[in-house]
Design a binder for this molecule. Sequence first.
Ligand SMILES: [Zn+2]
Length: 162
Amino acid sequence: MAQAKYCLYCGHELSTKNIHGKDYQACPLDKCNFVHWDNPLPVVAAIVEHEGNVLLARNKAWTSKIFALITGFLEKGETPENAVLREVKEELGLNAELKSMIGVYPYIENNQVIIAYHVSASGDVRLGEEIAEVISIPPEKVRPWGFGAGPAVKDWLDRRKL
Ligand SMILES: [Zn+2]
């Protein structure tokens, strides 16, 4: 995550301040008291079921050949449910329907909290401008990864077997 360097209120350079045992970037001026809390950001993620398969996407910004769920940030004033459906529309060109919320997953390394949904969609995939490539694979061949939204994939797969 980007580090804040200057005070939002007075523009003074921030310095490290220990508060309740954790280090934060904070304004050193007493009159200001600005602390960059750097709270985790919510991110929505979608397991997209399409014609019985799961769609995984590779973002253009990624150098390695990694495929992942459709994810994105919430826009101002947007609910998580609307955000996840909007992201699926933007990145895959698909109108999706919410099936269930899978769970909430901390992604500490990225200072995020992932809210994961299962959605179903139909129609022809049209890649959005952020997406390089999409693969369509049967759910039983999806191998959950151990970070980010991977645990949500594992939970979803486990529940399908019940
Ligand atoms: Zn300040």
